[in-house]
Design a protein around this ligand. Structure first.
Ligand SMILES: [Zn+2]
Length: 312
């Protein structure tokens, strides 16, 4: 897909939905254009601080987008490039290091949004019985072909998976794409065995290092913080484990038998988020040292990746 095509608004009708965390209907607009300056409306829930698209694309609109267009629209290429594969494999190693202490050989593992299948392959190699779900057909076919792993080529909500059957479910950079993340959390809860683990990582919408204009994207239906993600987990019947990475929207959870009724543990969070969006403007961002430091860090990473790809 060309750069010009990215500048065209992604056509959708959408619908107005209540907040997926607290059910609230009161919100304020925090984003009016996406990262390519195409009109796209993002709101902040005044009840809990969750950020989401309003209007929210309908289920059929989002399904079509992911099935065929997402990879081309987002990465500029419909198939995994060598660099994408390298990053996926590095991400898989990092996830394995975090999750390995939780599991025994023969445990069943599910990766939601399996991408190239790199994590599923690494999990199988460690002696677990792993499978993945990946809505993009090209990526799902790649995983089956390249790593010979089991990947269901469908949306998570449609995947034929048995209740009470997994010891660990993991999901990296997926839940921000979902229109009803609360329903996906509830499905994860049903699929896990009692005291099973759920590992979830999403981008932090309040990350102070992020370029403000880059926050907004049609594919990102929800913007989480560590606080809103944790509240959603508590509300759907999980506890937060102390082994969770200390920062970011990155949690290690354990399934409880019932939802936690006292899930609203950050009552001032909506107000904090309001302040964050008011203060973290593009002008202030580019007047700080952050974007320039990030540019040089990114260049160094590109050079490392190029070197790694040249090595046999
Ligand atoms: Zn809310």
């Amino acid at each position: 897909m060309s750069w010009f095509a990215r500048l065209r608004p992604h056509p959708f009708t959408g619908e107005s939905l209540p907040c997926a965390l607290c059910g609230g209907r009161e919100s304020i607009v925090v984003g009016r254009r996406d990262r390519w300056f195409v009109p796209l409306r993002n709101v902040l829930c005044c009840g809990c601080g969750l950020v989401f698209l309003d209007p929210m694309p309908r289920a059929d609109e989002i399904a079509n987008y992911y099935r065929d267009e997402y990879c081309a629209h987002y990465h500029g290429d419909p198939r995994p490039r060598p660099k994408a594969l390298l990053r996926d494999e590095r991400g898989a190693r990092e996830r394995m290091a975090l999750l390995a202490p939780l599991l025994r050989k023969g445990d069943r593992v599910l990766d939601i949004g399996a991408g190239t299948g790199a994590f599923v392959a690494a999990a199988n190699a460690a002696g677990w019985l792993a499978e993945g779900v990946e809505p993009n057909r090209e990526f799902a076919a790649f995983g089956t072909r390249h790593y010979r792993v089991r990947v269901h080529s469908t949306l998570f909500e449609d995947a034929p998976l048995a209740a009470d059957s997994f010891d660990l479910i993991t999901s990296s950079h997926v839940f921000e794409h979902l229109r009803r993340p609360n329903e996906a959390f509830a499905r994860v809860h049903r699929l896990l065995r009692p005291a099973g683990h759920f590992h979830i990582l999403v981008p932090d919408i309040a990350d102070p290092l992020r370029t403000p204009s880059a926050r907004w994207h049609f594919g990102h239906a929800h913007g989480f913080t560590r606080q809103t993600l944790a509240m959603l987990a508590w509300k759907t019947g999980f506890e937060l484990l102390p082994e969770s990475p200390p920062t970011g929207a990155h949690l290690l959870l354990r399934r409880l038998d019932a939802p936690q009724v006292d899930w609203m543990r950050f009552p001032g969070h909506a107000q904090e988020m309001r302040r964050h969006f008011a203060e973290h403007t593009a002008w202030r961002h580019f007047a700080s040292v952050t974007p320039y430091r990030r540019f040089f860090e990114r260049m160094a990473r590109f050079r490392r990746e190029r070197r790694a790809l040249r090595e046999p």
